[in-house]
Write a new protein. Structure first.
Length: 717
């Protein structure tokens, strides 16, 4: 007999598998081997597997309920079986369903009436955007796969064929799920017959038994509940890259608590199972926080999630919800591992700012408390709310560019440019609002949310896709980006032209038109003006004006169809793309250079940048309605190399959240190491960074995007 693998060795094996799979993906996937998005759990597929969907359009793609359901069922029924013997959980995904389509939006569903303004203002309008809302895993666990199918059949019968395409598609999806799970059961049993290691043999038998149980009834054990969660992660991510795991320590805890009382599980087993779950995909999970009544939700699983990520040491997106009555031991452990592991996880969400902000939209405190953080910078009500979070963005710099060009040849003043900026930002917001209505009218005709519908309250009951009336609440997110770039540009013009009179408008326009060529002295003169974040500067005043204006324009009225909108400040990975189309700007930025990151001040905003200055700047420039304005910080690992340092950072996080801060992302990186890895990524293949709201292997990022991260990190250390 072979020597058995302990839980520790199995987790080590899982990590090695992840690293090898990542190297393989870097070799064959992405753009020239790189991708500037979340690290995903996709498993390299065998050469023989080549999924080809049916088409119902002359362009070769497929659209609508019936063929989306049929094609996804076909993918699930032909998808290769994946079982890692080091894992207790079956399944893995090897194919992105929506990526097989060449033209993702149906060209017959036209929105040319919006194209001109969308292009003029460089808007990320969200039309065709999928997922980016949160499902209710508690609902799914209560129903199980059998209950989900039964629910579909019940409401289909009551519907009297009014929404027959919807129900046919949903049945196809669930039947495909049953097929895929069944094939994994059979494979696990076959593998067990051939296994010499008695512990691994038993693991495979137990894996088969757990999955067979899920084909017959809802989960009863902790293992079954985690496996159900893993399958749903796989099915949702494979369908349309969904990534929202919700408040996992809440919905899984009853299963653990029951087994703990019966002494059928120990802590090491629970941590191992959660590590196996984290391997499936880099989903967003919230821990800590409160229940609807305000009581602390922290429990053993909150700690186990942090421990599992610590032992696994791969990119994960766990977030600790920080509130005044939280178990401080959870915060201390999270900070300890944040510095020890240097994985960029967990992040920290401010319960006070997010809860009180969402209540300003007219919702109860009970609802606001359970609106879980489940994306790069956003929260949503599990299974109740459609949001389009993080996929609708307004580039403030593009608005500024239009305003500047409109005024510069007509007796310009800073005040005139500001008024033009106001006018064009208003047009941009209303253009986005019209686009959101178009999305809600038409998205279900293109790619309905067939997987996420299953764990939401409303779609199955009504026969309506959640993107088209099936949700109970609609709160559509709009993010603003380039805050620092625009605030610093207004400040530079005001200071150097109208106050100091060191430049004329003609001189400014000439150096900008020539991209500062042979004008480095002028560029440095403009760049040296006190920036947003220094405190009590002209740039800080403009940052506040921009944020307040943007918030007012988004909240003053809903979309034309009556859907409420919620503003936030977040650039995600659009910092490079948003800058590419814009020429040189008055803050010293050259043409095509990236915009500023999120709500952060620009890199190097003060000579000796401090976390406190950055935190104050971001806290003072939040939209305040329940979507975050994240603060991104870079710390040297020596900052918390003892208990005193850990306590100092923990107190900083608490203070940030008590003051209304909404989200805090922290990188722990050595300056020399990150520079060496940027020069030659192969020297540090397992280096992980928190890029924006997500974490990824540094070597998986493109050189251009690595440079952006390096610039930010080097300035912060």
């Amino acid at each position: 007999m072979k020597k058995s693998l302990s839980y520790k060795k199995r987790i080590d094996q899982l990590r090695l598998t992840k690293q090898l799979q990542t190297l393989e993906k870097q070799r064959v996937d992405g753009t020239n081997g790189y991708w500037d998005i979340d690290d995903k759990g996709i498993v390299p597929k065998p050469d023989w597997f080549n999924y080809v969907p049916e088409s119902n359009h002359k362009n070769g793609d497929f659209y609508g309920f019936l063929l989306s359901g049929k094609n996804y069922r076909n993918l699930l029924e032909t998808h290769p079986v994946y079982i890692n013997k080091a894992s207790a959980l079956a399944g893995g995904w090897m194919h992105q369903f929506m990526d097989v389509r060449v033209v993702k939006w149906n060209p017959d569903i036209k929105y040319e009436h919006l194209h001109e303004l969308q292009k003029k203002y460089d808007l990320i309008h969200g039309i065709g955007g999928a997922q980016h809302f949160n499902v209710d895993y508690e609902l799914g666990l209560r129903l199980g796969f059998t209950g989900i199918l039964k629910k579909i059949l019940i409401y289909e019968k009551q519907d009297n064929k009014k929404h027959s395409d919807f129900y046919t598609a949903e049945k196809d999806v669930v039947i495909g799920m049953f097929n895929m799970i069944t094939r994994h059961v059979n494979q696990a049993r076959e593998m067990a017959k051939k296994e010499d290691d008695l512990v691994i043999k038993q693991n495979l038998i137990e894996m088969a038994n757990v999955n067979e149980a899920l084909l017959k009834r809802p989960a009863e054990s902790f293992h079954e509940a985690v496996q159900f969660t893993a399958w749903y992660v796989i099915f949702a991510t494979m369908y349309n890259n969904s990534g929202a795991g919700g408040a996992i320590d809440g919905y899984l805890y009853p299963y653990y608590e029951s087994e703990k009382k019966n002494k059928t599980i120990d802590d090491e087993r629970a941590i191992y199972l959660l590590a196996c779950l984290l391997m499936k995909d880099n989903q967003y999970y919230e821990i800590g926080g409160t229940y609807a009544d305000g009581t602390d939700r922290c429990n053993d699983l909150s700690f186990f999630m942090v421990e599992a990520a610590h032992r696994l040491k791969i990119p994960t997106s766990i977030c600790v919800r920080v509130h005044e009555n939280m178990n401080r031991d959870l915060l201390t452990l999270s900070v300890k591992y944040l510095f020890k592991d240097k994985l960029g996880t967990p992040s920290f969400v401010g319960h006070k700012g997010m809860t009180e902000g969402f209540m300003k939209n007219g919702y109860s405190v009970e609802l606001a408390r359970v609106r879980a953080k489940t994306g790069c910078h956003w929260c949503s009500l599990p299974g109740l709310e459609y949001t389009l979070n993080d996929i609708v963005k307004i580039n403030f710099l593009a608005i500024f560019d239009v305003a500047y060009k409109e005024v510069i040849n007509n007796n310009p003043t800073v005040e005139k440019i500001w008024h033009s900026f106001e006018k064009h930002l208003k047009i941009a917001v209303r253009t986005i609002a019209k686009g959101m209505d178009f999305q809600l009218d038409n998205m279900y005709k293109v790619l309905p949310e067939l997987v996420l519908n299953l764990l939401c309250h409303g779609p199955i009951e009504s026969g309506l896709d959640i993107s088209n009336g099936g949700a109970k609440y609609y709160n559509l997110c709009i993010d603003g980006a380039a805050l620092a770039t625009v605030a610093d540009s207004f400040s530079a013009m005001k200071q150097r032209i109208e106050i100091d009179e060191k430049l004329t408008w003609d001189e400014l326009n000439e150096v900008l038109s020539n991209n500062y060529e042979n004008s480095e002295v002028t560029r440095l003169l403009l760049k040296s003006v006190p920036k947003y974040g220094t405190g009590n500067s002209i740039a800080d005043e403009y940052a506040s004006k921009i944020t307040k204006l943007f918030t007012k324009l988004v909240k003053e009225k809903p979309t034309p169809a009556g859907y409420p909108m919620i503003p936030g400040l977040f650039s995600w990975a659009n910092t490079i793309g948003f800058g590419k189309t814009i020429g040189a700007t008055p803050n010293g930025r050259k043409a095509s250079e990236p915009i500023s990151h999120g709500a952060n001040p620009a890199a190097g905003f003060v000579k000796d940048g401090t976390p406190t200055a950055m935190a104050n700047a971001v806290i003072n420039n939040q939209c305040g309605y329940g979507n975050a304005s994240p603060l991104q910080l870079e710390f040297d690992p020596r900052m918390a190399d003892d208990d005193k340092g850990i306590e100092l950072v923990s107190s900083f996080i608490e203070t940030f959240c008590e003051m209304g801060g909404t989200l805090l992302n922290i990188n722990i990186l050595n300056k020399e190491q990150i520079l060496e890895a940027h020069d030659d990524p192969s020297k540090h293949p397992n280096l992980i960074v928190r890029v924006t709201g997500f974490s990824a292997y540094f070597a998986s990022l493109s050189k251009e995007f690595r440079q952006l991260v390096v610039d930010r990190i080097v300035e912060g250390l």
